[in-house]
Design a protein around this ligand. Structure first.
Ligand SMILES: [Fe+2]
Length: 477
């Protein structure tokens, strides 16, 4: 009989309503390297109740920004709610006013038009923090990143692209090509003729279309792949009809259907010129996160965290998580390879471990061959992400940081200033310790996963998604 004892990870899905607007110094156990001078900026759902209602899904919660600032071996913590229109309306009316991933607004406010086609697309940017066009912006999966002030976490407003393209859904995982000085992303324009639209954003914030790919039933794609010359959209067979999205009256993700017979569809598009140089087909799988991709000979290598199907989305509904229900859908690091001239797609698992929220040494290895993947892992079967793992792609071996009752988030890699090896640096992760009821910032040696330091925050920080490290002193003006 399956063990159904609840897991204590449920503590990571309680709302945090308390802000820490002025940075507080955290007591450090161990030693934070003195070269670490900058800020880890993160976003994530923090508030799950509005008035008498509770959001349905982990991905729906109202965003809070978190900032860990490092200087001379010390660290401070600050947090503020992202003052999105969705947040302001919820605060003012005590009602859910904007449609999220799996929750629709109160009907009286919502009317009859599906929210994705409504001017009130959500700006509840709870997924990622990215430097964009000289600004710092929080992202969700609509096309409206929100700028905020990195020193004070004050919300500044929607990021104003020059000549914005039209589309309703995008990703919170844009890529950055340092050689071209451009961000890359895609959006979906839903309509009678839906299309994927690949685009770049210059450091000046100008949005340029690269290519349009017509699509009958757009796929749910949380991220995409980038190599030195190409962007690769991988369509998972979790797809939607634009008409259903418009008229079904169901929350966004509940309109998507798992259609394994469609398999995987890879679209390879040149960054320069926008030509679709290849398509390929593979067996059905689902993924949120691409890890990295690169060109090898006449073909491509694409690594992602794959699931057999999209059941993971259902397992992340809040009621299940708050009950500490065992999770059975786990992601695995998979490698896909195919030739640009045609032929089949090969797939293999690169490590026999559960892993999610993958990170790499992005600054030096994005789009290139690479050796190390970091992520949050699962040590105890059925538990939520309970460890930090490192996979060595050269040897196939893995290392792990694990402490009973502790639940780490995404490990963000920061290279040492004089780094020589790919893993010469530290990992920064926000960990919830359910025993103490507090979270702590954990600093690991990225080479060994040995603990260097930890610093406890004033309270528990709910589980969240992504962020990035921004070197240098954050401007506060
Ligand atoms: Fe993500």
């Amino acid at each position: 009989m399956q063990d159904t004892t609840p897991f204590p990870y449920a503590a990571g899905f309680r709302s945090l309503t308390e802000e820490t607007p002025s940075p507080v110094a955290l007591a450090v156990r161990g030693e934070i390297p003195h070269w670490l001078e900058g800020a880890l900026l993160r976003t994530g759902p923090a508030k799950f109740e509005v008035g008498l209602r509770t959001y349905n899904h982990w991905f729906d919660g109202l965003a809070m920004l978190h900032r860990f600032a490092f200087a001379r071996g010390a660290v401070t913590y600050a947090s503020r709610f992202l003052e999105s229109n969705a947040y302001r309306a919820a605060e003012a009316t005590r009602k859910i006013a904007y449609a999220e991933f799996a929750t629709d607004p109160c009907r009286t406010l919502f009317g009859r038009v599906a929210a994705i086609f409504d001017p009130k697309l959500t700006d509840n940017a709870n997924v990622n923090v990215v430097g964009l066009g000289g600004a710092t912006a929080a992202f969700t999966e609509t096309t409206m990143p929100l700028r905020f002030q990195p020193g004070t976490l004050k919300t500044l407003g929607v990021f104003a692209y020059e000549a914005p393209l039209s589309g309703q859904v995008s990703t919170a995982h844009p890529h950055y090509d340092a050689a071209r000085k451009r961000h890359y992303n895609y959006m979906i324009e839903f309509g009678l003729r839906s299309r994927y639209r690949l685009f770049s954003v210059s450091d000046g914030g100008v949005q340029d279309e690269i290519a349009e790919i017509p699509v009958d039933r757009p796929a749910y794609m949380h991220s995409f792949a980038m190599t030195e010359r190409y962007l690769v959209l991988v369509e998972f067979p979790l797809t939607v009809s634009a008409l259903d999205l418009k008229f079904s009256g169901k929350p966004f993700i509940r309109n998507y259907r798992w259609q394994p017979e469609r398999g995987l569809r890879f679209h390879v598009v040149e960054k320069d010129g926008g030509r679709e140089v290849a398509t390929a087909a593979g067996e059905a799988l689902f993924a949120f996160h691409h890890v990295n991709a690169y060109e090898e000979g006449d073909g491509l290598v694409i690594d992602m965290i794959a699931y057999p199907d999209a059941a993971i989305i259902d397992q992340l509904y809040l009621a299940r998580l708050r009950a500490g229900t065992p999770l059975t859908a786990t992601g695995r690091l998979n490698r896909f390879e195919f030739g640009l001239g045609g032929g089949g797609v090969s797939r293999r698992e690169l490590a026999p471990i559960a892993i999610e929220l993958p990170r790499i040494n992005y600054a030096s290895r994005a789009g290139k061959s690479y050796r190390y993947v970091y992520g949050a892992g699962i040590e105890v079967e059925g538990d939520f992400l309970d460890s930090i793992v490192k996979v060595d792609l050269a040897s196939g071996g893995s290392a792990r940081w694990y402490e009973r009752g502790c639940y780490p988030g995404e490990p963000v890699f920061v290279a040492t200033p004089e780094a020589r090896a790919e893993d010469d640096g530290v990992l920064l992760s926000v960990v919830l310790d359910v025993g103490s009821g507090h979270s702590f910032l954990l600093v690991l040696d990225a080479a060994t996963l040995n603990e260097m330091a930890r610093a406890e925050t004033p309270h528990a920080i709910p589980f969240h998604f992504h962020g990035n490290y921004f070197p240098g002193r954050s401007p506060t003006a």
